[in-house]
Design a protein around this ligand. Structure first.
Ligand code: ATP
Ligand code: FE
Length: 355
């Protein structure tokens, strides 16, 4: 099976070719970011993103095929993110896929972007169902039990900001460069995480829900208190604030992961595993804490390589391959883009239907 994947739901235009012949091989994975286009606006501008996707998609598909050294005739299907995401971008991707499908007669597969992220550990580490997944990125934070390629159970998640968003906003408060995750992590290396006691909300609650929006405000207060004393934030203050912030996020995620693992292990999985994905999974302090929780619970810990953790089209092609292998039917040219598309068991029967 050889599948072309297309992704354009946020600010990355991506195309990839994957082959399955008993084992998965990523033949090519092209990603083109738009960070420069949105830099001046302090966030992704949907209109600009949609236009850039529309302009770039054909080129990315060509590049992906060329790098994989194959033509359209070697493909078995075209998989495309058909939601959730910024609707203009998703529509651009779906139109591109439909054009290719109409021209070649190839089947089209509408993929849930979150399912793409959630199925990636099977591509990279061959995890067996059911496994526990923590998806933690700039826009998402949730615990999912993956029961099958189109069956996910949500155990909980953030009730407000995603951690990546909190990292980015907090970096701004500290005068550190964007993206905030890596710059906070770097500053934190020289910092004392015990100097500022930042809140860890909902920590003792027995569920898996989290809140990160208050943390930003607490960081702002701590910063202002320092500035009142000394007028100016010194390097060490910034490092200590960054370390305190990172520790708070890590502790909340680790404690809730322990809760999620409890619920997951109660299912008696044959090959227990915890996987983490999303841009925030790059954080070493977080990874170490999650690995420790997995070990304590008796589960294997995996994290896909970063290029497959952040937005990419290989994960979309992979979700398409999973669907073909499961025998589920393809979509057709009536496939539509969905701005919202929750990934829990109640929504699972809709997966890929595009309606
Ligand atoms: P989504 O994929 O959910 O739509 P996104 O595209 O913003 O959102 P990703 O590309 O997966 O998310 O990840 C980007 C986020 O990861 C940014 O918020 C960034 O600050 C954060 N991040 C990257 N590296 C690190 C790190 N080392 N520590 C913490 N956060 C990090
Ligand atoms: Fe994503």
């Amino acid at each position: 099976l050889t599948v072309l994947g297309i992704e354009s739901s946020c600010d990355d235009t991506a195309a990839a070719v994957l082959r399955w012949d008993g084992a998965a091989r990523v033949l090519s994975s092209q990603v083109s970011g738009q960070t420069d286009l949105h830099a001046a606006f302090g966030g992704v501008v949907p209109e600009i993103a949609a236009r850039a996707h529309a302009e770039k998609l054909d080129l990315m598909v060509e590049l992906a095929l060329e790098t994989a050294c194959i033509g359209l005739d070697a493909l078995d299907a075209i998989a495309v993110t058909s939601g959730p995401g910024l609707i203009g971008g998703v529509v651009s991707g779906v139109m591109c896929a439909k054009g290719l499908a109409a021209a070649t007669g190839l089947p089209i597969l509408g993929v849930n972007h979150l399912a793409g992220h959630a199925l990636t550990p099977r591509l990279t580490d061959g995890l067996a169902f059911p496994y526990l997944m923590l998806l933690v990125s700039g826009g998402h934070c949730q615990f999912l039990v993956a029961h099958g390629p189109d069956s996910f159970e949500r155990l909980g998640g953030t009730i407000d900001d995603a951690p990546g968003e909190a990292f980015d906003k907090s970096a701004r408060l500290l005068g550190l460069p964007q993206p905030g995750g890596p710059s906070i992590e770097q500053a934190a290396e020289q910092g004392d995480e015990t100097r500022f006691d930042l809140p860890r909300p909902l920590l003792r609650e027995p569920h898996c829900d989290m809140s990160f929006s208050g943390l930003k405000t607490a960081l702002l207060r701590a910063r202002d208190a320092v500035m009142m004393e000394g007028n100016r934030l010194r390097r060490q203050d910034v490092n200590d604030l960054a370390a305190g912030f990172q520790a708070a996020v890590r502790d909340v995620l680790a404690a809730k992961t322990a809760r999620a693992l409890e619920a997951y292990m109660a299912l008696s999985p044959a090959e227990p595993a915890l996987a983490v994905a999303g841009g925030v999974a790059a954080n070493l302090s977080l990874r170490t804490a999650l690995a420790a929780e997995a070990e304590r619970a008796g589960a294997r810990f995996t994290a896909p390589p970063l290029a497959l953790c952040t937005d990419n089209a290989a994960m979309i092609a992979w979700a398409g391959i999973e669907r073909l292998r499961s025998g589920a039917p393809a979509d057709d040219l009536t496939l539509t883009a969905r701005p919202r598309w929750p990934l829990d068991s109640s929504a699972a029967p809709m997966l890929g239907s595009g309606k």
